[in-house]
Design a protein around this ligand. Structure first.
Ligand code: SAH
Ligand code: SF4
Ligand code: F3S
Length: 482
């Protein structure tokens, strides 16, 4: 498809002028550090604390890339950093509380060293009441920037270093910034954003307000980045978007998520592809076919159901029924019998009755998920569900939540047991966090697999034989290099 085709409504990419402007600010910041002799070993540290989802992790990699371009050294030590960036999440009240408390703790660093600059980005600050709160109650924060303005970090930092006014304006920008530098922590695993924002407006969810409308990146930009990642050693690439399977709808050029996935899977190289998150209403037969025909696409589908009750699903504005959802599960299992399914569940949505909750329990029994991320409903200011009657008392939600976990843990263990005795190809990802003689990796299923091995394996595919299964992980031994 010609990207200049006048019929298509191409996403608004940042203009060359805007990119150049930020490059100039970045060069000025780098120059300030250089003239103060802060280069090489003496380069100022930049510490980034990330909350929230994979999209935020990907955004933090861009922040780190920009900071590196401006002469900062990325560090895990906040105490020695000259630049502290907090990338916040707003999905539940707990996420916001955690971010605010961490920002509060960083005050000590600023008190000890007035040169420290603290900036706050991410979904939380996109909400006006939080922007105001940071401005008035956190005087040691120099600037905020929303999820669509990450590329303006050089300008914000330049102003802060020159002693300019604190900046608390939220532009709600929805341009796509292509070509930003990216600083990755590991080379073998990579995030690849394919679209931004969400149009679904599930009635409980803050994301459409914090991240704006759906914008798809152009396929050629995504493919070019995928090639770069593979060339630089990425073995496990996760395509990211709040609703990846509606990819392309805004481009008007006939692209869709299935064709994008097919094109990326067709690239040369030994890598595997994951994607998240998919909305159940947008799982097409074409997508299922592309998955089942491509070995490089992992046999895992994260398909959040949220609730098993049709009444609740309707009030959540999810636009599917439990029956329709299970038809999709059946179609996935028919095409890929061993596929791992995972889901998100919200417990205690306003008006949830015992019968509604039992319908969710039935859904867990019917769908047989490998893993479920469950959350107690948290009212989000400005969303329709926060205004709904019959908010559920916390004791009721926590009791339901505990029962749900108990059921799912039993299902997960049974699902994990199916792997025992099998040989699985895993990507060795890291030294086990609980046993340094072990390596942790993953196969297609998102469950961690622990096996005895040495760190030199990290970043390689290894064949392991599964010896036993727990509720949350699998144990294995090396069966020979893949
Ligand atoms: N776009 C993705 C992810 C959204 S956030 C999707 O549609 O699945 C991840 C999960 O957080 C959601 O799937 C939902 O289960 C949960 N969540 C979102 N808003 C919530 C709220 N207000 N309270 C509790 N959980 C919430
Ligand atoms: Fe939120 Fe729904 Fe969009 Fe997911 S699909 S980000 S739950 S509004
Ligand atoms: Fe949180 Fe924003 Fe992700 S609200 S879950 S960081 S999209």
């Amino acid at each position: 498809m010609d990207r200049n085709d006048s019929r298509r409504t191409a996403p608004k990419e940042l203009s060359a002028d805007q990119v150049e402007r930020q490059r100039c600010f970045a060069a000025q910041v780098a120059q300030m550090h250089q003239s103060a002799g802060r280069t090489g070993e003496n380069a100022p540290g930049c510490f980034i604390q990330t909350f929230g989802c994979q999209q935020n992790e990907a955004d933090s990699e861009q922040m780190a890339g920009l900071a590196s371009m401006m002469g900062y050294r990325i560090t895990a030590d906040a105490a020695s950093a000259k630049l502290i960036l907090v990338n916040t999440c707003a999905i539940r009240e707990h996420a916001e509380k955690k971010a605010l408390s961490v920002i509060g703790q960083f005050k000590h660093y600023k008190d000890a060293d007035p040169e420290v600059i603290i900036g706050v980005g991410g979904c939380m600050v996109t909400q006006q009441h939080r922007a105001d709160q940071l401005k008035h109650s956190y005087p040691y924060v120099s600037f905020i920037f929303d999820t669509g303005s990450i590329h303006t970090l050089p300008e914000l930092l330049c102003a802060a270093l020159q002693g300019g006014k604190r900046h608390f304006h939220i532009p709600h920008a929805e341009d796509i910034a292509e070509g930003l530098p990216i600083h990755r922590e590991t080379s073998h695993k990579a995030w690849l954003s394919v679209m931004y924002g969400c149009n679904n407006f599930c009635s409980y969810c803050i994301v459409p307000y914090t991240r704006g409308r759906e914008r798809s990146r152009m396929p050629d930009a995504i493919l070019a980045q995928a090639k770069e990642l593979i060339a630089s050693g990425a073995k496990d690439i996760t395509l990211l978007g709040q609703n990846v399977n509606s990819y392309g709808k805004d481009l008007g050029g006939g692209e869709n998520f299935a064709s994008l996935l097919r094109d990326i899977a067709a690239l040369d190289g030994d890598f595997r592809l994951r994607f998240m998150t998919s909305h159940p209403k947008d799982v097409s037969p074409e997508l299922i076919a592309v998955m089942s025909e491509n070995e490089k696409i992992v046999r895992h589908f994260h398909l959040p159901v949220q609730s098993g009750s049709d009444g609740i699903l309707k009030r959540m504005n999810r636009r599917y029924t439990a029956e329709k959802y299970l038809q999709t599960v059946t179609a996935l299992r028919k095409a890929m019998p061993d596929i791992s399914l995972t889901s998100d569940i919200i417990v205690g949505f306003p008006g949830e009755t015992d019968a509604d909750f039992e319908a969710t329990m039935d859904m867990l029994r019917a769908a047989q998920y490998d893993m479920v991320f469950s959350f107690i409903y948290s009212p989000r200011k400005g969303t329709p569900a926060a205004e709904m009657p019959d908010q559920i008392p916390h004791e009721v939600s926590t009791e339901r939540f505990a029962r749900l976990l108990e059921l799912q843990n039993a299902v997960s263990l049974a699902r994990n047991n199916r792997f025992v005795g099998r040989t699985v190809r895993v990507l060795a990802e890291e030294v086990s966090r609980t046993d340094e003689t072990k390596i942790t990796g993953r196969g297609d299923s998102p469950r961690p697999i622990h096996f005895s091995g040495t760190p030199d394996l990290i970043g390689d595919f290894v064949n392991v034989k599964i010896t036993s299964a727990d509720t949350f992980s699998l144990n294995a031994e090396i069966a020979g290099e893949a």
